[in-house]
Write a protein of this length. Sequence first.
Length: 463
Amino acid sequence: MHIDRWELKEEDRVAGPVSEKRILVGWQGTDDSVVLPSLYADPPESGVRMKRPTIAAFLLLVACGGEAQEEASKVVRTQIGDTAVVRTVSGSAWPGPARWRQALSIGELDGPPETVFGRIVSIAVHKDGRVFAVDRQVPTIRVFAADGRYLESWGRRGEGPGELENPDAGLVVLNDGRVAVRDKGNARVQVFSAEGEPLDTWPVITGQYINRRSFGVTGDTLLNPDLINPTDPLPDWRLGLVRILSDGTVLDTLPIPDFGQHAHRFVARKGGNASEIDLPFAATEHWAWHPDGFVIHGVGNEYTITLYRQHAPLRIERETVAVEVTPSERAQEEERVLNTMRWLDAAWRWSGPRIPSSKPMFSGLLTGLDGRIWVQRDGTAYEVEDPDFDPDDPYDTEIRWHQEQMLDAFEVDGTFLGTVLLPRHLDWRVPPVLWADTMWAVTRDELGVQRIARFELVFVGDR
């Protein structure tokens, strides 16, 4: 049986703002609703299906016999079935090299309690400029003005209305201005008004694990990634997207794309215990939910990202060079795997693939509130000190090598804007919030102290 394409059904499509994911598909030409997307549209060489080109691009395609090339920016546009392919060979739309300039920082090492953070797990930004941060250690939602001034805190520890027990990365501003936070401890979503009044609690999550993914929002629908098979063994766990209407009604649960491209996982067992770790630098699948109501997806072994837009899928490709894994990085990661496994089983031996010689073409996907697509890539290694290293612990690995992180920016039509290096002190445990040329993110200093920072995109030469 052949899967012709992955398609959102009309009744499931809604439009709106933020970052997450979800899909519903069928065998093309039948009425059977199956949720099994295929990575390849025809033979594997052809990749996936995609979008309809613009009128100008379509005229170029006709004139060039199916392929259009923009000489100045070296972009090749082709059409494969219903899928438009935009391949950036070289060049970019930005006027020059870009960087993130920190414009604001919220938080202190010592100061008033409301500005000293314990463990920030999620942030969100309101359309009026306010910034929300969930501090799980308290737990509460702290609210700050756009200029960083502390305004108020919502909620406290407990099980009653407006109270939180163990919130995680699920914090989002809904399109009508309400604020929703996912509370694993109480197995529910707590909803506040835009002014902080507790409005409702939705018992729509399992509460069985800490979720490090944020919500998705499209129109008046909230999409929550949650387990669809919590009774299965841990290695077989699968996430689905629970679609929740604006009144808290659960509409259905939709599977998340899984094309079977997973990192090899090393496992050590002893008695009833198990220790697991993925092969370092292995290429894996990545996805995100686009605010316009579709999933973006790709596998890190090649620079190809698919936008599963209804009736007009688009594939974004970029020619770039993979970053090499240095001998020092390889030695560190091999030692880390061995120490992790041997902490449980002293006789454990490496059995499985070796660490790749190069890093994946990309290592993550993000979407901005404005719809811009950000592709995360691992860069070159740099050396650091490891203050937590214990030389007397035979199973502790000295982490001396970190890697730069970069973001490639694309418009939703596939236009490659450029690459920007990320600040080294970002705390990647907390999903950043991106909007046009602004990024709100959590930073962490050498003492482990978290702060909230606003970064502005600037170009070399800008002050």
